[in-house]
Design a protein around this ligand. Structure first.
Ligand code: NAP
Length: 417
């Protein structure tokens, strides 16, 4: 590392350990650029932010790409800049990025979890430490103060330095490169909570689990977690190439959703003709699922995130007494359900949102032991943050979890150069 003290450093040029420059380069989103991700992100020079007592400043080596900053770039369904305008101090831009690997450069006066020089990854769960529910030992994900770092909060990982609460830091898996370790904490911890965090419906050996978007960020990790817990993962994908990728990760089989056309809000039950057409197609999907796993067994858990397009099918194919667990509505938020299948077959429809410290640490532990692969997908440069999000927006990513290099001078490094 260089020993020269400067007010700003070039991308890939690390300041001396512990030296915090005045300024940094960041990929910002501003309201006037809301729209296509390739245009919404732009590199600019900003001040390095001050720390609150429980916060830490991390020199970002690599930053993971997630769908939330596609939403941030579009400015919909949430205007994230509006959130940051109300911050203390306020900011008129958004620095996104909810996954990071990096080196701790400064710690707030009350930060106890890490010290300067630690190599860390950052999970994206933020909450007020004085929140009554948090103080009472409750699950912070259920607290009113819970936010997603680098989406609902500013100063995420698409910058030379990011700012996080100290409890968000986890030890970086020593065997993983900076880019691999930045790839999967957000989707991995989310999938971990979805599959283990709703007792009665934690994955058990032999459980069939249907996983939408099996080759995507969430799906690629969910397949491995289900397999790790002894379940039988079956993926839904939009091409055979993606299906084969899922099988390599451990899926028993896959369904190509392009073979069906009953997607979106389901017809009204009084519209008999349209309802019957829908019913035939959804039953054919159920048979395709049995074919994919080689037995007539329904999924005890359906791992959902597309939402509007797929919920009617998920509720239908879920086993009696099973659970549809959902963390997003990528295709839309208006979910329609034939309630007869929900109540008479006593199924559960469960929302789930990111993960708490314990669940994030448990996922990181599986990564560290090598029990789960982070599924590093395409790797981009810092300049290409917008292009990476554009690919995700257009569902053209080639599988796994995309990452942008920030401070790491090249790929393949597990520690300092
Ligand atoms: P991703 O890597 O882009 O993967 C999503 C997958 O969904 C795609 O690979 C695609 O696979 C599938 N898909 C897209 N449109 C679909 C549709 N209309 N019907 C069925 N499948 C569709 O994204 P991700 O990282 O897995 O994230 C997925 C969603 O979860 C995003 O909306 C994200 O914001 C959300 N999320 C929420 C949380 C949380 O804590 N609440 C955490 C992580 C992610 P095929 O085209 O191959 O089917």
């Amino acid at each position: 590392m260089t020993t020269q003290m400067k007010d700003i450093y070039e991308i890939g040029e690390a300041p001396p350990l512990g030296h915090v420059p005045k300024h940094m380069y960041a990929q910002t989103i501003r309201r006037e650029r809301f729209g296509e991700p390739k245009d919404a992100f732009q590199i600019e020079q900003v001040d390095v932010p001050p720390l609150k007592p429980d916060e830490v400043l991390v020199y970002v080596m690599a930053a993971g790409v997630n769908f939330n900053n596609v939403w941030a770039a579009l400015g919909s369904p949430l205007d994230v800049v509006q959130l940051h305008e109300r911050d203390d101090p306020p900011a008129s831009f958004h620095i996104g990025g909810s996954d990071a690997s990096g080196i701790v450069y400064a710690v707030g006066s009350e930060a106890r979890n890490v010290k300067v020089g630690d190599h860390v990854v950052i999970h994206c769960g933020v909450w007020e430490r004085n929140d009554p529910l948090v103080l009472a030992g409750g699950d912070p994900c259920l607290s009113a103060s819970m936010r997603i770092w680098g989406y609902e909060t500013n100063w995420g990982s698409f910058a030379q330095f990011c700012k996080a609460q100290d409890h968000q830091c986890l030890p970086k898996a020593p065997h993983l490169t900076w880019e691999a370790s930045a790839a999967s904490i957000l989707v991995g911890a989310t999938a971990y909570r979805m599959l283990t965090g709703w007792p009665e419906h934690a994955v058990r050996p032999g459980d069939v689990v249907l996983i939408w978007g099996g080759s995507g960020g969430l799906g690629s990790i969910a397949i491995q977690l289900v397999k790790h817990f002894g379940g039988v993962p079956v993926a839904v994908v939009s091409s055979d190439e993606r299906g084969e990728y899922c099988k390599k990760l451990g899926a028993k089989g896959y369904i190509n959703r392009r073979s069906f056309d009953h997607w979106g809000m389901m017809p009204h039950w009084k519209d008999t003709e349209a309802y019957n057409r829908w019913s035939q197609s959804v039953r054919a999907f159920g048979r395709a699922l049995w074919e994919a796993i080689g037995e007539r067994k329904n999924p005890r858990i359906v791992f959902e995130h597309p939402g509007e397009d797929t919920i009617p099918t998920s509720i239908f194919v879920c086993d009696t007494g099973g659970m549809v667990v959902i963390c997003a509505g990528t295709s839309g938020y208006t979910a329609t359900v034939d309630l007869r299948y929900l109540w008479m077959r006593q199924k559960r429809f469960q929302g789930s949102h990111f993960a708490n410290d314990q669940q994030s640490a448990a996922y990181n532990e599986l990564l560290t032991k090598g029990a789960v692969d982070p599924c590093l997908g395409q790797v981009f440069s810092f300049q290409e943050v917008g292009q990476a999000h554009q690919l995700m927006h257009e569902n053209r990513a080639s599988g796994g979890n995309m990452v942008c290099m920030v401070g790491a001078p090249r790929q393949g490094l597990t520690g300092l150069p």
